[in-house]
Design a protein. Sequence first.
Length: 118
Amino acid sequence: LEHYTNKPDCFRMGAKSIRSQCGEADMDEEQRVIASISMTLCEIATGNHYSIPLECHEFRPADPDSPRPPYPSARTGAASQCVDALARSTQFWSSYSGYLREMRKWWLLNDKIQLFPC
């Protein structure tokens, strides 16, 4: 997780959002999906020849100086539509599924060592 907090702002915002679940017994599934989407979109944005699927635009992490929260209060079904869009590309799906798999580990790590104090 610390590796991602030292990356450009997009990755940092995605990683810091994990702290929003501080004190919870487990990371909420919806937040885990949304955090994984956001990290995937950061990765896509680093490529010069790829564009973010239209279904995913509302999940881009907020700018650190932005008044909006790190994750949108997305309309019902928006996350699943974005995940479906990511699934259309093998590369995007591989990134998303990797972040989804790691997200709970990062949350547990943050809970133990408080990389991002609550």
